[in-house]
Design a protein around this ligand. Structure first.
Ligand SMILES: CC(C)(COP(=O)(O)OP(=O)(O)OC[C@H]1O[C@@H](n2cnc3c(N)ncnc32)[C@H](O)[C@@H]1OP(=O)(O)O)[C@@H](O)C(=O)NCCC(=O)NCCS
Length: 201
């Protein structure tokens, strides 16, 4: 018993694979983590995110803001645009809906992002879903995506969404595990995308 306790005391307790000693949390985007954010974006760029054929949210952000977010002012403008995207009245391309983005921040700053679209369009119902997330390459396989999705479910519930649609490519084993670990129930596969409904309460 004493031996087991001594062993437990040597390593911090863990929840969902994330160390409680450095438990990250969801935060609205903030200019304070620019340095770690830019380091993370360099990691994403190294896996070709932001290339012209990258139609993901990170791809869109790199394409739109990657030329300016290295400066203090450019980064502040990027952060402001993420905040503004949550508001109905903010101008956006046709077919886009209001969306709240949170960053998953730990002791050393930026670890990933997760975004909640406030409602579904016909196209989002088919493939995009309510939620998108990314974990920076050097922080993967430590439970962050699983914990991040878990943390965002009450936020969706608070916005009146009782079940979120979360989709992933049929061959994205990691993402499918993240969704299932959060109670995701597979509805079907459509054009190579798995479509899961995750209850938020
Ligand atoms: C998918 C992604 C978000 C997973 O993030 P993560 O923080 O590594 O995920 P977790 O650590 O919570 O892992 C969840 C499960 O997937 C498994 N996993 C993670 N990466 C994996 C990989 N490359 N291959 C196989 N399994 C993997 C983990 O072992 C874990 O399994 P377990 O529950 O059996 O222990 C991350 O790889 C990523 O950002 N990928 C690029 C963007 C992307 O695909 N986003 C999702 C779009 S739907």
């Amino acid at each position: 018993m004493a031996h087991a306790l001594r062993r437990q005391n040597r390593s911090p307790p863990r929840t969902a694979g994330v160390s409680l000693a450095a438990m990250p949390s969801l935060q609205l985007p903030t200019p304070e983590v620019r340095e770690s954010f830019l380091a993370a974006m360099a990691e994403f760029a190294a896996e070709r995110r932001g290339a012209p054929d990258d139609h993901t949210m990170i791809g869109h952000e790199i394409q739109t803001f990657g030329g300016t977010w290295h400066t203090t002012e450019g980064f502040a403008a990027f952060v402001r645009s993420l905040h503004a995207d949550a508001f109905e009245e903010t101008p956006r391309p046709v077919g886009w809906v209001p969306c709240t983005t949170w960053w998953w921040l730990g002791n050393n700053g930026y670890l990933g992002r997760i975004a909640l679209r406030h409602r579904l369009t016909e196209r989002l119902l088919q493939e995009g879903g309510h939620i998108g997330y990314d974990v920076r390459p050097t922080a993967r396989r430590r439970g962050h995506a699983t914990a991040m999705l878990r943390a965002v479910l009450p936020e969706a519930a608070a916005r009146g969404i009782s079940s979120v649609l979360v989709t992933c490519d049929a061959d994205n084993v990691a993402s499918a595990k993240v969704i299932r670990a959060n109670g995701g129930v597979l509805e079907n596969e459509l054009d190579g995308k798995l479509r899961f409904w995750v209850p938020t309460a």
